[in-house]
Design a protein around this ligand. Structure first.
Ligand code: SF4
Length: 376
């Protein structure tokens, strides 16, 4: 960015902040003096907000809170115990994204098991698992299929490709999750105090904006889909403040270059061919109806829990003072957890919110409340 572009960007940011300040103060007067509270539900937004130093630029009349937007963080302990139990078998290779390695289960982690000799391989796409399966025909290759609507289509495409290529030793341990049902649950709880949402740009590329219309229709709350640059995030905050100050509630799309109201029909078609919606458990939130994806019967031979069922009767969830569940629901900030920055740091994480680079606790710890200032 040259000097003139930097100057222009800084001016645009300052104008947006002035408007955010003006509008949020108007809205605050209307709601009894409480600051406006906006939630982002995407781990990439959480990190982008810190990197841009956006919290430091906002007036006291606007508060940002992170929701359940980090895929690793919302993965339930039971899932980690299953992944570890499969990894301990001699006839299994587990493939996974790297940030799952250090997530604690009830007794161990994949990282520990790898140190002890388990064959656990980091992949950058589920499709990489097909080659690993072909190279190891005497092993069961299990991909840890976690994530939101963003990653589910690629996992589904991997299953279709495996079927087409007659790869019969590749399986999925599925824990995909869907964003709209968890927001619906959060808002149905009176403890949740949110005035609007910065909606997840990557998820909305697949789902479209229409799947989030219920926020406005059912809860009378605004939502703005946006990208990941500081100016884009500031613009979404301006739009949210504008709506609240004007008593509007609608879903706006500030990421129209890639997000369409109907989403991506091809990605949705692949997902619904391979998966069906099912109840699933979220860390700290319990089971949420129809908030996950399970394999359709046609593909059950790729579902490791169907092919090789596990019993985890002996697994007990380790009780710790970790408050990830409340962090994920936006009920507390990470510093309110007694372990934050003491017993729990990225190098020795007690809970998943400190493990993942997109985890809220890790972001608060790394950026110390935001040491970078936009425009400098
Ligand atoms: S700081 Fe650590 S222990 Fe506390 S909520 Fe976050 S991840 Fe859990």
């Amino acid at each position: 960015m040259n000097t003139s572009d930097k100057k222009k960007t800084k001016e645009l940011a300052q104008n947006l902040i002035s408007e955010i300040t003006r509008l949020s103060k108007i809205a605050m007067k209307e709601n009894g003096g409480r600051p406006l509270r906006f939630m982002e539900v995407c781990g990439t937004h959480t990190v982008a907000i810190f990197r841009g130093g956006i919290r430091q630029l906002l007036p006291d009349s606007v508060e940002l809170v992170s929701g359940p937007g980090c895929p690793v963080c919302v993965t339930h302990d039971d899932y980690m115990d299953k992944a570890i139990a499969y990894a301990q078998r001699d006839d299994v290779i587990v493939t996974t994204f790297g940030d799952m390695l250090k997530v604690p289960g009830s007794k161990s982690s994949l990282s520990n098991e790898k140190t002890k000799g388990a064959d656990i391989r980091i992949v950058y796409s589920p499709l990489d698992s097909i080659e690993i399966a072909k190279e190891n025909p005497d092993k069961k290759v299990i991909f840890l299929a976690v994530g939101f609507e963003t990653t589910a289509p690629t996992a589904a495409a991997t299953v279709l490709a495996a079927k087409q290529q007659n790869v019969n030793n590749l399986f999925m341990l599925s824990a995909h999750k869907l964003v709209p049902p968890v927001l619906n649950l959060l808002l149905s709880d009176e403890k949740t105090k949110v005035d609007g949402f910065i909606l997840p740009g990557h998820v909305c590329v697949v789902t479209g904006t229409e799947e989030f219309d219920f926020l406005a229709d059912k809860f009378h709350l605004p939502g703005v889909v946006t990208g990941f640059e500081p100016l884009e995030i500031l613009r979404s905050l301006y739009r949210l403040c504008y709506q609240v100050a004007n008593k509007e509630a609608k879903i706006e799309n500030e990421y129209g270059s890639v997000v369409k109201p109907e989403g991506n029909p091809q990605a949705k078609a692949i997902m619904s061919r391979v998966y069906r919606k099912s109840d699933t458990s979220w860390r700290g939130m319990g089971e949420i109806p129809l908030s996950g994806l399970k394999m359709q019967d046609e593909f059950k031979e790729y579902d490791i829990e169907n092919v090789l069922p596990l019993s985890l009767e002996n697994a007990k969830i380790k009780k710790t003072a970790c408050r990830c569940g409340e962090v994920l629901q936006g009920l507390i900030k990470p510093m309110e957890c007694p372990l934050f920055g003491k017993a729990c740091i990225p190098e020795h994480a007690i809970g998943p919110c400190m493990v993942s680079v997109e985890g809220t606790c890790a972001a608060w710890y790394k950026y110390g409340g935001g040491k970078f200032v936009f425009g400098k």
